[in-house]
Write a protein that binds this ligand. Structure first.
Ligand code: ATP
Ligand code: MG
Length: 236
């Protein structure tokens, strides 16, 4: 089943158009990666899907329903949940408080306890550090908290914006394993990554964004052997 379908999306910031005629689909249960250089428009795509900015034209369909005109909170309530670039935690609140903030929407409040148990099981570090203030967490712990907070919102699709940014190689591996576990538990994942090799290995399909257009798309296992991908993104 098509979970997310985007048709001819144009978006940007005022006069500055970034995305040009973007079309893509994400099937229920897939991990789809979006890769591209700095400034290609990856974050802009995610912000447009989550309703933080609004498209100039084009359609975003979620479970067959048009959502591009909805305000961000209504899009989140449908289960389109973003883990933003740079994590955007509440720095002076504790781990536990940050997680609870992820469950203030009415329809997720009743699954709070169950979600907390799931998240603490998946990310045991967060349980150990429940009363620690977020700003004092390590970079990796902060990323896990950002993921945990998003999971508190019962995502149907989890959109992660560069979750491995700034992490040590060991932690990058851990974050990718966590994403795989989340996917196996049934959540659809859209992964924006500059760690192209790992993103291609984890995802089923990939879209390559270059200067605001989809330059390539296909099965990740095939793109990994593509000469342009190898040269431009894998440094081979
Ligand atoms: N608030 C804004 N106002 C105007 N232009 C913006 C704004 N935010 C981003 N842009 C521009 O939009 C373009 C795409 O930015 P975007 O953040 O989507 O890229 P990206 O692919 O996520 O890059 P990165 O890998 O560096 O995160 C860039 O040229 C950027 O300067
Ligand atoms: Mg970005």
């Amino acid at each position: 089943m098509k979970l997310l379908e985007i048709n001819k999306l144009n978006s940007g910031y005022g006069d500055v158009q970034v995305l040009k005629d973007i079309s893509l689909t994400i099937e229920q249960g897939e991990i789809v990666s979006i890769v591209g250089a700095n400034g290609a428009g990856k974050t802009t795509l995610m912000k447009t899907i989550s309703g933080q900015i609004h498209a100039y034209s084009g359609e975003i369909l979620f479970m067959g329903e048009q959502v591009e005109h909805l305000p961000a909170h209504k899009i989140a309530a449908k289960g389109i949940i973003q883990v933003p670039e740079g994590r955007k935690l509440f720095p002076f609140m504790t781990v536990y408080e940050n997680l609870l903030i992820g469950s203030t929407m009415k329809h997720v409040r009743k699954s709070r306890q169950k979600n907390l148990e799931y998240i603490f099981d998946l990310l045991p570090r967060l349980k150990e550090r429940g009363n620690q203030v977020a700003s004092t967490l390590s970079g990796g712990e902060q990323q896990m908290l950002a993921i945990g907070r998003a999971l508190m919102e019962n995502p149907k699709i989890l959109m992660l914006d560069e979750p491995s940014l700034g992490l040590s190689p060991l932690l990058v591996g851990t974050v990718f394993e966590i994403i795989e576990t989340i996917s196996k538990a049934g959540t659809t994942v859209m992964l924006v990554e500059q760690n192209v090799k790992r993103a291609l290995k984890l995802s089923k399909r990939t879209y390559v964004l270059e200067n605001g257009i989809i330059a390539m798309e296909g099965d990740s296992s095939q793109l990994i052997d593509d000469p342009h991908i190898k040269k431009a993104y894998l440094g081979l």
